[in-house]
Design a protein around this ligand. Structure first.
Ligand code: ADP
Ligand code: NI
Length: 225
């Protein structure tokens, strides 16, 4: 575990200035959440969980064009920190399988370490922080906040999912609202239930304001009193 401060510095340097919802603090939260979930699972190698949580977004195709180079940097760092080859391979295999790749694409994790890191990453995509990250990402890639004409798409392949440029609100149906039922740990599912409910409340309020029904209700109520 001695190498962890070096991994933290590396991630801070790489993602510290990100404004798409994938900044250092996202990785920090994923690490904290993953460690909490791991406490409820038996036989979890916490060192692998921490390395994978901290490094998980370094080779993310949303953030870098040269995935192989980003992978290499992660592997070289772990070698330098004397992590055994078996653990390095495990961390890299978690990172490569972690991302959501479309509604109908299977991303089930093989190991308990992978399951807790993936659940932790997905918990950071829902709830209030999930809403904030979704709009931050949408602004960073220049997609609309909401397009009432748009129909959300449930993708069958990673390529289609990555190509798609939907609005932030469409992303709720294309990904965020699906995550609760994709949780792979019991503790992750329990937290996801509550954060999922927050997403639904947010969506209801957003659409109420969009359609002006809150104004109608409030003004009618006021004029009747
Ligand atoms: P993953 O690797 O599963 O995509 P990340 O940690 O990279 O998870 O976070 C992805 C987050 O980025 C989403 O949860 C969402 O907040 C945001 N995001 C990704 N794609 C879109 C999109 N098309 N529109 C809005 N937000 C998006
Ligand atoms: Ni992430």
């Amino acid at each position: 575990m001695d190498g962890i401060p070096d991994v933290e510095s590396f991630v801070q340097e790489k993602l510290g200035n990100d404004t798409s919802g994938h900044d250092w603090y996202h990785c920090f939260r994923v690490r904290t959440t993953a460690c909490e979930l791991a406490k409820h699972e038996s036989g979890c190698d916490i060192e692998i969980v921490i390395y994978a949580a901290l490094l998980h977004d370094i080779p993310d195709p949303k953030l870098v064009s040269d995935i192989a180079a980003a992978d290499k940097e992660c592997v070289e760092l772990m070698h330098k920190l004397n992590l055994p080859q078996g653990k390095i391979d495990h961390v890299m295999s978690i990172i490569h399988s972690l991302s959501f790749k479309g509604a109908n694409v299977d991303t089930t994790m093989r190991t308990i370490e992978g399951k807790v890191v993936q659940d932790a990453d997905r918990l950071d995509a829902i709830g209030a922080i999930g809403v904030a990250r979704c709009f931050a990402y949408s602004g960073s890639v220049g997609t609309m906040m909401y397009d009432p004409q748009e129909k959300p798409v449930l993708h069958n392949s990673e390529a289609e999912y990555r190509k798609h440029k939907g609005s932030a609100i469409a992303h709720f149906s294309e990904k965020l609202l699906l995550l609760k039922d994709m949780m792979q740990t019991r503790s992750g599912r329990a937290v996801a239930e509550s954060r999922h409910e927050y997403l639904n409340n947010f969506l209801n309020q957003f659409l109420t304001e969009w359609n002006g029904t809150d104004i109608d209700e409030l003004l009618n109520k006021n004029s009747n009193t």
